[in-house]
Design a protein around this ligand. Structure first.
Ligand code: IMP
Length: 192
């Protein structure tokens, strides 16, 4: 089955392709030649995933899914949340976002946080939403080179390593995205 995955992020594409059964072939936005970013202006993580799927569904007659992720930090009343990608400003890097978060948590011992992923699927004009959560904490400093985004400062519960210190397959066993994706995959298997 060919299915459009609404992302330009090569890291994410690799993570997701590695978890998909081999008969599901992902078509990325780059494969479609779509250079622009898709609007993500909703007020919730799930709302953004739905917005992206609806944008693509209007243009392509194919199954499509989109994900949206936010990092929720308890001590910051849920920040950066839906603003995770642009926490430090619209044109800032992941490095800037992490620095701002670490700065805001300076001297704060409540480091509890979670990643939340929503995946919206449009299959035969029918929409469905899947969610995955990974509980953890924000480390005091950045560690590790792997992964992307906030990975160097997120330590999942039960581990002493950040996501950026784990291999893609270790992260793929426990991550928010993997959990949401497993639900999507189970649904696609049933739908076949
Ligand atoms: P998006 O919704 O997937 O574009 O992600 C929103 C923000 O969260 C971006 O800044 C990403 O870099 C970050 N992010 C998404 N997924 C992950 C992850 O698995 N690890 C670390 N950061 C992530």
């Amino acid at each position: 089955m060919d299915i459009i995955f609404a992302t330009h992020n090569q890291n994410k594409l690799q993570e997701v392709q590695a978890l998909m059964p081999s008969h599901i072939n992902l078509i990325s936005l780059d494969d479609l030649g779509l250079k622009d970013d898709i609007p993500e202006t909703a007020e919730t993580i799930a709302g953004n995933a739905i917005q992206k799927v609806e944008f693509l569904r209007m243009r392509y007659e194919q199954p499509v899914f989109a994900d949206d992720t936010g990092l929720i930090v308890d001590a910051l009343d849920g920040e950066p949340g839906v603003y995770s990608a642009r926490y430090a400003g619209p044109h800032k890097s992941s490095e800037d976002n992490m620095n701002l978060l670490l700065e805001k948590l300076t001297d704060n011992n409540n480091r509890q946080a979670r990643f939340v992923t929503a995946i919206a699927l449009d299959l035969n004009r029918h929409q469905i939403l899947f969610e995955g959560v990974c509980e953890g904490r924000i480390s005091k400093e950045k560690s590790g080179e792997k992964g992307f985004g906030y990975d160097p400062i997120f330590v999942p519960d039960g581990y002493d390593l950040t996501f950026a210190q784990m291999t893609m397959s270790e992260k793929g066993k426990i991550s928010h995205r993997a959990k949401a994706l497993r639900k999507l995959i189970d649904y696609l298997k049933e739908a076949e």
